[in-house]
Ligand binder design. Structure first.
Ligand code: ATP
Ligand code: ZN
Ligand code: MG
Length: 503
């Protein structure tokens, strides 16, 4: 059979009649297998042995896996023994649990798992044995998740190197470029911005701040307000629980800034620390590590997860759909490490993130409206040379039907907006800058956070308006001299603040 689960149950006292119990186990197992596997396969009890307070048994099945049957069997056994012999089932575990399943292709490299296991693969058939599974691991479906993980790892290996699916959707007219240098370098030279004081963060002086804020005002006045988006104010720290539900914690743990808390705010506990600071004028790192908790949250990475948390467990009335909200308060933090560059790839950035929930039809209509408003901003106000592309990670295209070639089918997925940066080279050979994006994710997050509509299917999506990226794209094409800026942008910007003169 495909799957074999060897289990050991510990009773709260010795069984009075082991042979009778062994016989009874056959009936109970049959019943449990029928109830949990049903028409999804076949199952049987291949051996059972009772000795004192220990019950050993092996369940095998084809099709569906047998661990749910073990849970049901343990529950029924406890009920029966409780009634007849006043003993219960104290605990159970699985010394070995073997399953077989299909994978998309033969893996290129060995696949590893961080829990005790053996994995053998023949062609596209995998056999995974987990050893020494505790009751909790059986109740928590570790086996199903381990199987999904093996399948995902193999799929990722197959697409190694091919980063993203990318297919052009639209291109703006070609524009005359008024600048060919790196705008950040130029802003540094003019004292508009200063790098630091910590990694990947910038201080924007009055002129740069004014321009960044102008971008925000344009996005609000030209896109969010006309389309009926309302602003919310969300906390700046995201809990692990939220990131577990969105999948960010398994996808991006290497990109977060983690938040720790003092273990206590009793000044006496901090005395060694403060004394050392007074004497050495340094940060006593070891002492500090002793006084703060392990991280329990991260600094905002994207704004939508916490917006989904706000809606979790709620049912949204039909008159509130499509729900259109945005956050412009939480500041995004990402550990970009080697990728950092200028103002366009920073560790701390400012973004407006509209989030929308509604029926698939409502979201498609809203996406069209957003695309139109965005196009108006980039064509008529910023006068950018820009394009859009349909992008989806390769390994995702296989599952869930996103990223398919047929345009009509392109409902779930992401559209990137890219701008040409002359300082990086010519249009064809250089990498354009993704300055914002727009996604529809279907039921992914409404399911994860149990958000429902009063009636019908509820989909969601979000769009990331990165203000540093809008600004860099604009300055890279138009330069820092206001004479070169389009009239509509100059009207929005108004008078620039007086520059601070440094000697
Ligand atoms: P990239 O591929 O450039 O790293 P991303 O795919 O990580 O971008 P998203 O997570 O989709 O970006 O974030 C949405 C938007 O947030 C981006 O389109 C961009 O405007 C902005 N953004 C993301 N990362 C940064 C960053 N490090 N610095 C400035 N803006 C950023
Ligand atoms: Zn989002
Ligand atoms: Mg990124």
């Amino acid at each position: 059979m495909d799957h074999a689960l060897e289990a050991e149950l510990t009773l709260s006292g010795p069984a009075k009649d082991p042979p009778a119990l062994t016989a009874r186990l056959n009936d109970l197992a049959g019943e449990a297998l029928r109830r949990t596997i049903g028409s999804r396969g076949e199952g049987r009890l291949v051996q059972a042995r009772v000795e004192g307070d220990r019950v050993e048994l092996t369940l095998e099945s084809t099709g569906a896996r047998p661990h749910q049957a073990l849970l049901a069997l343990a529950r029924r056994l406890a009920e029966e023994l409780g009634r007849s012999e006043k003993i219960g089932v104290r605990s159970f575990r699985a010394p070995r649990y073997r399953v077989t399943f299909d994978i998309d292709s033969a893996p290129k490299h060995p696949v590893t798992l961080p829990i005790p296991h053996q994995l053998t693969i023949e062609g596209t058939r995998a056999t995974l044995t987990l050893t020494d599974l505790a009751e909790e691991a059986l109740r928590d479906n570790w086996m199903d998740r381990a199987v999904l993980l093996v399948q995902e790892k193999v799929r990722k290996q197959a697409y190694e190197g091919k980063e993203q699916y990318w297919s052009l959707l639209s291109s703006s007219p070609r524009r005359e470029m008024r600048f060919d240098r790196d705008p950040t370098e130029e802003m540094i030279a003019r004292n508009w911005v200063r790098s630091g004081p910590t990694k990947g963060k910038w201080f924007l002086g009055p002129t740069a701040a004014h321009l960044l804020k102008t971008m925000g005002r344009i996005a609000r006045a030209e896109v969010l307000d006309p389309l009926g988006f309302s602003e919310v104010v969300q906390p700046h720290h995201d809990s692990f629980d939220i990131l577990l539900r969105t999948g960010h914690l398994e996808g991006l743990p290497m990109e977060f800034y983690y938040v720790t808390e003092p273990k206590t705010r009793d000044p006496a506990a901090w005395e060694t620390f403060t004394d050392l600071v007074k004497i050495t004028r340094r940060v006593p790192e070891e002492e500090l590590a002793r006084l703060v908790s392990p991280p329990r949250a991260v600094s905002c990475y994207a704004q939508c997860p916490t917006i989904y948390w706000w809606l979790s467990g709620r049912t949204i009335g039909l008159e509130s759909l499509p729900l259109r909200i945005f956050d412009g308060t939480a500041i995004s933090n990402r550990y970009e490490s080697g990728g950092r560059h200028g103002l366009e790839r920073v560790d701390e950035f400012h973004r407006l993130e509209p989030v929308y929930l509604g029926t698939p039809e409502q979201l498609l209509e809203l996406r069209e409206a957003l695309l139109q408003r965005y196009a108006h901003v980039f064509d008529d106000i910023l006068e950018l040379e820009w394009r859009t592309a349909w992008v989806t990670p390769f390994y995702l295209q296989q599952s869930g039907g996103v990223g398919v070639e047929d345009a009509k089918e392109r409902i779930k997925g992401t559209i990137d907006f890219e701008a040409y940066l002359p300082y990086r080279g010519d249009r064809e050979g250089s990498e354009w800058l993704e300055f914002q994006n727009l996604s529809i994710v279907g039921e992914k997050y409404t399911r994860a956070f149990t958000i429902r509509a009063q009636k019908g299917e509820l989909w969601s999506g979000c769009s990331g308006i990165g203000l540093e990226r809008w600004l860099t794209a604009f300055l890279a094409q138009k330069g820092l001299d206001p004479d070169g800026w389009p009239a509509a942008f100059r009207t929005y910007a108004g008078a620039l603040p007086a520059e601070v003169r440094f000697l």
